[in-house]
Design a protein around this ligand. Structure first.
Ligand SMILES: [Zn+2]
Length: 128
């Protein structure tokens, strides 16, 4: 099953030809600062991800081995990639619904902000 997604203004679209892993919600401070809240992301194989970019997809090096791909025009938070590695996480909210996916777990809950509770009964991990 191939899936498609993209940013708000449509300047970046992507297609995933293979499977996506079950999405996780990351509550780390970096995801909070890039997304405005926790970030729900699902991993695919990087070689099964095709990105169509009109030139304003930017990659921010958020830690020594991690880059985050975002849209410089509309602010879309799209990708998370660890180097070296063969996976890219896409933000699930940028997938065109229906996604057929269900959130599986919460990670980095030890560093989440204090303005919300997690009450969906899914597993919560202090870190990854
Ligand atoms: Zn995070």
């Amino acid at each position: 099953m191939s899936r498609e997604g993209g940013c708000l203004c449509g300047g970046v679209t992507y297609r995933i030809s293979g499977d996506l892993k079950a999405p996780l919600a990351c509550h780390c401070s970096q995801c909070a600062r890039t997304s405005g809240n926790y970030a729900a992301m699902a991993a695919c194989r990087t070689d099964e991800l095709t990105i169509a970019d009109d030139g304003t997809l930017s990659w921010f090096q958020s830690s020594p081995e991690v880059r985050r791909g975002f849209r410089a025009r509309c602010g879309g938070n799209l990708f998370w990639r660890q180097d070296p590695g063969d996976e890219t996480y896409v933000t699930v909210g940028t997938l065109t619904p229906p996604t057929g996916l269900r959130l599986a777990e919460h990670i980095f809950v030890a560093s989440r902000s204090d303005f919300y509770d997690i009450a969906d009964g899914l597993p919560q991990k202090p870190q990854w």
